[in-house]
Design a binder for this molecule. Sequence first.
Ligand code: SF4
Length: 199
Amino acid sequence: MRVTHEQNLLLPWVRCDELPELWRAARKAGFAKPNIKLLTDMIACPGGDFCSLANARSIPIAEAITERYQDLDELHDLGEIDLHISGCINSCGHHHSGHIGILGVDKDGKEWYQVSLGGSDGSTLSGPAVPGKAVGPSFSAAEVPEVIEAVLETYRQQREGGETFIATLRRVGAEPFKAAANGARFSATRTESAETSAA
Ligand code: SF4
């Protein structure tokens, strides 16, 4: 068995006639989830739960996004997306090369998360390797799933035909995605509500 850099387990040299039995055993053990290359097949470093260098935890962010995106039909509709999470700038989670990257940062001793868009790991799907660009100031942990949802909703609205997330982002440009991400800040919502009430 090998562990890939995408944090999946690869079992080489399985005989074709033994695949069904292997699949049944893997499913029983909770390992046969059909989400390869989809949003929840993400890379996340150990983060603050296990790493003494971390600025923020990665695992609760990965869990919150995974919990939100449980519906396999929805995941397949969103298609192939590289989501990478690092708990600090050492970048073990390769956040910079994710179509969507999340980087844990420390501000005044508290955990915050910078979200970047448009990164590429040089794969066939993503094209030449390039780092993603931050959408704006950092978000709180609670805001991150909302930000991801807002970005993906923008993709759904903007995509043409069977276009992938990264292809839509490149065709349309980052601005509508950035606007959606920044609009998902709780403080932005609160400010808007206050302004609406005052108006
Ligand atoms: S990116 Fe930072 S927090 Fe994550 S494993 Fe590497 S050093 Fe630790």
